[in-house]
Design a protein around this ligand. Structure first.
Ligand SMILES: [Zn+2]
Ligand SMILES: [Zn+2]
Length: 933
């Protein structure tokens, strides 16, 4: 039966078909292994994309790397679990639905909480799967049967359990605190969700009259409207300018409220006037100073950043309108001293871009220090390794300067805080299930706190909650700790650090199944409470000019569009081949186009192979197959069934094993670029360009002749192709599956190449002698080709060559392989000579041999000389011009750098071209037309 492979390689159709097949056949499902399992385990969590998300290049890079690592482990016999899911993404999702409502002219409050949340679920059902569908198209080898959503009932249950336990342990508290408040989203947001933008702002100086004196104290502010909530003015105890004002009061302008002058470090003598206003309800530093001096906290704004009743005559105004009015009034009443330009970093909401207002509010916090200490130790003591190494220090620095984590958000979409307030006595109760009556006064008027938890609260728990915690499950025994986490730097603190804190805390004392731990190579690790043993942080994908991609710059590259044009395999290969650890990727389409050509090359090589297989009648029963049916997955050393007969066989087998060793080595340390480039060079350069060419005569047998040799060569070809496909599979999963399945027609030894064994190096097959000999042959052939090109020998014309090779073994080796040289370099006769040939025209010399291509060009010498002379004249004129410009200081000073650089480059080219033309002229014994050459 002929092997069917369409004439041209069309990635689109192939990729969709196999992506569906893998899911339908559950190729990547990882059922829970029963007790007694002795195979190694590899477990990894997909950083959950937001349900609102659309696949971008960052996901594409992240998922390509994870998929390569997952497939590589699976093929090496690891029980491989790659767990996918999506995040409910509190603010982002709520905003989506709010926008949808806005189109209907409604607000979320018009619907009420319950109806609004119903709408969000409806939205999720309709649109929340988009990003997962895109992942399916990528062929990500995740276990779809275990897919989770952070708001699923079991995960929500675990979230409540965690909250209650932390509360009971005294690690969650409630308090008034200065938070970053987004007036648009109407919620507190964490420091990490505030992005700072440098803007040209103003600094206003205001003077406050000292009570009972004619003096003033001058303070400066960038937010004058907050002065309405001032409750003190601070000066430094060491500042002698103010020593006579100790214990005095000042009159707060506009509000006519007397406020004290306090001594506090908040005021720095060398900074400004040395005096500062203190507004505890609207600034974090002032808040701390207020606590030290027991000052009142006067909140002057509401949730929308409008001035409230505490702002006196400004109540009801928007904050910016209030600012204008406050400044006008200060000016007209003589309190405004100066207005200066002042650069400041304005904090904006990362979600919606609204200017954040530091504001006092009641929030829930996690006391972070005890958790952070433990999470720090886990990394310091090597329980978790972080690569590249510099991120380890960044992580530790952050852990050393960590603040309590504000976990409450004033949203509707998310995990609602399991706390209830008593309507009778105001007591707050935290409980796993809704209490029926107040534990303090027995009242029954209980209402659940309306806040929800920060989205990162639930995602920080995923390494254990997705495996069944708080139950003690077999999944936890087997898959916890996860083996590896691959993520981007941007969520190092949001997510990674929190997973480590929660994991170490809640899984304290956990022990992984001993046999599996041993088999997986973790026997020396003592700490099994960590969420994962290894972390790899990947770089950013930038545009081809190394610019960060951004919507405003309009340089965002859509991975789906690239996939549409070049195929997933080529896109994945591009990202892998450019992903050197710690280096950002400058994504260029031309590279992807190149890897599309690589796929095409493999495709054509496969077609060549199948053509021969069908013609020669190679059958599995007649030749040792690469992977015999029934072979268990795991490691396969070398190329099973490969028989070495000739130099090219010994050489390619040695090369295959060396490349295999290098690829395995590179993947072990996330050098994806090295793995990809080694395979590329091998598959294209050595296998397709050399080996296939070298074995062609063995495959071509005469009608009726003995086919044994052809069959053996064909068997080698198939077995080597099979092994090479398996080596390439983790990087290019689709084309390798297509060709591999075609090799086995409808009877593959495994359901998918993804389950076939990954090649391992067989060091016994390393053959330095064969590699050295082949290098000499290649050198010889390439040099002959180069000389032919220079002499402009027609491709069809065969030429005789002379070779001087002083070492007898090399002479013998070339003689033995003269057929290959003759065929691949279009040579009709090889003559060995006893003297060096280096001085001859049309010669080349290398360390091992000299060669001379004998070729008399039948050309009109006179005409050729004339052409050469004309060309020389033109080039020398251009060169003189070029040198004049480059010698002109004035010109150099004015000309753009690109132009100057271009001229220099051209000068170099011209020197080379002129020398070449002159030597050609000498060879032809031309007469110079001009005398000065
Ligand atoms: Zn916002
Ligand atoms: Zn009560």
């Amino acid at each position: 039966m002929p092997h069917e492979l369409p004439k041209s390689y069309e990635p689109g159709a192939i990729e969709t078909r196999w992506a569906e097949y893998w899911i339908k056949e559950k190729i990547f499902s990882a059922p829970t292994p029963p007790p007694g399992e002795t195979r190694p385990v590899f477990a990894m969590l997909l950083p959950p994309p937001n349900v609102t998300g659309r696949l971008h290049m960052g996901h594409m890079l992240n998922q390509t790397q994870m998929d390569i690592i997952a497939r590589w482990h699976r093929m090496r016999g690891f029980i491989t679990l790659w767990l996918p899911g999506t995040d409910h993404a509190g603010i982002a999702t709520q905003m989506m639905v709010e926008r949808q409502l806005a189109k209907e002219g409604k607000k979320r409050r018009d619907l009420g909480r319950e109806k609004f949340i119903e709408r969000v679920w409806e939205w999720k059902k309709l649109y929340g799967g988009a990003i997962l569908d895109q992942m399916k198209r990528l062929g990500a080898s995740v276990d779809w049967d275990r897919q989770y959503f952070t708001m699923d009932e079991n995960l929500s249950h675990a979230v409540r359990e965690v909250f209650v336990r932390l509360y009971e342990q005294g690690l969650i508290y409630r308090g008034k605190y200065i938070v970053n408040w987004c007036p648009r989203c109407e919620t507190a947001i964490s420091d990490l969700e505030v992005k700072h933008e440098d803007v040209a702002g103003k600094l206003w100086e205001i003077r406050y009259p000292v009570v009972g004196s004619a003096e003033f104290i001058t303070v400066a502010t960038t937010r004058p409207e907050t002065m309405l909530g001032d409750t003190a003015v601070a000066v430094n105890a060491k500042d002698e300018r103010y020593s006579h004002l100790r214990g005095k009061k000042v009159l707060l302008p506009l509000m006519n409220r007397e406020i004290p002058v306090i001594l506090d470090e908040l005021a720095q003598p060398e900074f400004g006037t040395g005096a500062v206003k203190v507004t505890p309800a609207h600034d974090a530093n002032d808040f701390a100073a207020g606590k030290r001096h027991n000052l009142a906290q006067i909140n002057v704004m509401d949730d929308h950043a409008r001035m409230n009743e505490n702002a006196g005559p400004y109540a009801g105004l928007d904050r910016y309108e209030a600012r204008k009015r406050v400044l006008e009034d200060l000016q007209s009443q003589g309190f405004l001293v100066a207005e200066r330009d002042h650069a400041l970093a304005l904090g904006k909401c990362d979600r919606c871009g609204t200017v954040v207002e530091p504001r006092l509010s009641e929030q829930w916090f996690i006391k972070i220090q005890p958790l952070a200490d433990r999470a720090k130790q886990a990394v310091e003591r090597g329980g978790i390794t972080i690569a590249p190494d510099n991120y380890r220090q960044i992580y530790l620095n952050w852990m050393n300067n960590i603040y309590d984590w504000c976990i409450s958000r004033q949203l509707w979409w998310g995990h609602r805080i399991p706390a209830w307030t008593c309507g009778d006595c105001d007591d707050v109760m935290v409980a796993r299930v809704a209490p029926l009556k107040c534990s303090k006064c027995g009242g029954a008027r209980l209402e659940q706190v309306s806040d929800v938890l920060d989205t990162w609260f639930s995602s920080g728990l995923l390494p254990f909650t997705t495996l069944g915690w708080p139950e003690k499950t077999r999944d936890l025994e087997v898959f916890y700790p996860n083996t590896l986490l691959i993520t981007g730097f941007d969520i190092l603190f949001f997510w990674l650090a929190r997973m480590i804190m929660f994991g170490c805390h809640f899984m304290d004392g956990h022990q992984q199944d001993a046999a599996i731990k041993q088999a997986s190579g973790w026997a020396d690790k003592k700490d099994d409470s960590v969420p994962f043993r290894k972390v790899y942080i990947h770089a950013l994908v930038r545009d081809a000019d190394r610019q960060k991609m951004s919507k405003t710059k309009g340089n965002v590259i859509d991975p789906l569009e690239i996939i549409e044009r070049f195929g997933t395999d080529a896109t994945r290969f591009t990202l892998a081949a450019m992903a050197a650890p710690g280096t950002d990727i400058a994504f260029s389409e031309s590279r992807t186009e190149g890897y599309r050509a690589f796929a095409n090359k493999i495709w054509n090589a496969a077609r060549f192979m199948f053509m021969n297989v069908d013609r020669i009648g190679f059958m599995w029963g007649q030749s040792p197959s690469a992977v015999q049916p029934g072979h268990s997955p795991g490691s396969a050393p070398g190329v099973p069934g490969f028989q070495t007969v000739t130099l090219e066989d010994r050489w390619i087998l040695s090369r295959f094993n060396r490349v295999t060793a290098e690829v395995n080595d590179a993947l072990e340390t996330y050098r994806f670029h090295e793995a990809a480039n080694r395979i590329y060079d091998f598959f294209w350069g050595e296998f397709c360009d050399w080996y296939l060419e070298l074995i062609k005569p063995r495959l071509n047998f005469e009608e009726g002749a003995d086919t044994a040799q052809a069959r053996m060569a064909c068997g080698n070809l198939v077995n080597l192709f099979d092994a090479s496909l398996r080596l390439l599979h983790p990087v290019m999963p689709f084309i390798t599956e297509e060709i591999w399945q075609a090799i086995y027609e409808s009877k593959p030894p495994f359901k998918s190449i993804a389950l076939a064994p990954f090649p391992q190096a067989d060091k016994n097959q390393f053959n330095l002698e064969a590699e050295t000999d082949m290098a000499i042959l290649q050198d010889l052939i390439v040099n002959i080709r180069n000389v032919r090109a220079e002499l402009k020998v027609e491709p069809k014309v065969k030429v005789p060559v002379e070779i001087f090779a002083p070492e007898p073994e090399i002479r013998a080796m070339i003689k033995q392989n003269r057929g290959a040289v003759e065929r691949l370099a279009s040579v009709d006769k090889i003559m060995f000579v006893d003297d060096s040939l280096a001085k001859q025209a049309g010669a080349r010399s290398t360390a091992r041999f000299d060669l001379h291509v004998i070729y008399e060009r039948k050309i009109d010498v006179a005409a050729e000389c004339e052409r050469l002379n004309k060309e020389l004249e033109k080039m020398e004129k251009e060169f003189a011009n070029n040198q004049r410009q480059l010698g002109n200081e004035q010109f150099l000073a004015k000309a753009p750098e690109k132009v100057v650089e271009g001229l220099r480059k051209r000068a170099q080219e011209l020197v080379g071209l002129i020398a070449k033309a002159k030597s050609q002229r000498d060879e032809l014994h031309c007469q110079s037309l001009t005398t000065n050459h």
